[in-house]
Design a protein around this ligand. Sequence first.
Ligand code: MRU
Length: 354
Amino acid sequence: MKDISPIEWKNGVLKVLDQTLLPKEKKYIICKTYRDVEKVIKEMKLRGAPLIGIVAAFAIAMELKNSNFSNYTSLYNKVQHISDVLLKTRPTAVNLKWALNRIMTVMERNKERRINSLKELLISEANKIYRDDYESNKAIGFFGAELIRDNDRILTHCNAGALATSGYGTAIGVIRAAFERKKKITVFVDETRPYLQGARLTAWELSELGIPHYLITDNMAGYFMYKGMIDVVIVGADRITANGDVANKIGTYTLAVLAYTHKVPFYVAAPASTIDFSLKKGDDIPIEERDEKEVKMIAGKEITTKKTKALHPAFDITPAKYISAIITDHGIIRAPFDINLEKVFLNKENNINL
Ligand code: MRU
């Protein structure tokens, strides 16, 4: 099956597939500076937690590739500045902080190197972050496919596919891996208001992959669960705290509560870069508030009165108690999440399916 590439990195230039135009138009935006990258993230031309982290690392790489530094301090200050600028773009997805920390750590550990060699090292670290994400996605798919049975009807929300990652996907990676293993599946795709990531992006990815699917509006999920037409729910994550609470696209919590009530397994698929051990619980996660305009419009058209005000939290928190398992690149983690996440990711008991 062919991969969809949300970005292309070549000779210090980043080409970004404009996701706001999909599926109608396939147009790439050229980013040559970190300010270009800041803009594409803020304007949602590119989105999805792992992908935001990857492009943040490339934003630093492009600056290093295209400028000269006389000493370590000037290089350090520049990297720190870019990092500060990008960290303000989207606060909920922790992968951004994770990728920038990874670059900062390599920089600080190699301060004795010659400037050009340090630059090369940091650029190759950005490439490594990109490649590692792909490997993580494949591992998530490998472990997660085991949880999918023949004839399962799978509900997913938002887009946690190739377009949100390095090109394979987390939640969609699991669906894809099950399909590649010849399991007969049908996917129910929540449209995901207000940005319609489900209708525009997930449905497009599934069409490209030839995976049978239905588009449903967000308010139909309860009806289909009540009718016994959903066997499993799989979503991605923007941040997972030490106790297993999950921040993901607004509407995820509603699905988790519905799934719990109807005894439908609710899985979260995410790589290690999404787990934030510095936060104890979901309530500590900053939730991005976006412009009310985005709720008052659909596909560029106003749908309500000028006087009406709208609210727009972009993410919500799903408490760990509603989650059947977290499918990670290190294996499938089950409750108690606080103990098992720590065991696998901090004590490095690798590849154990708890
Ligand atoms: O606002 P978005 O489109 O960036 O939100 C994306 C999601 O909520 C995804 O589910 C999450 O980032 C995981 S992507 C692998």
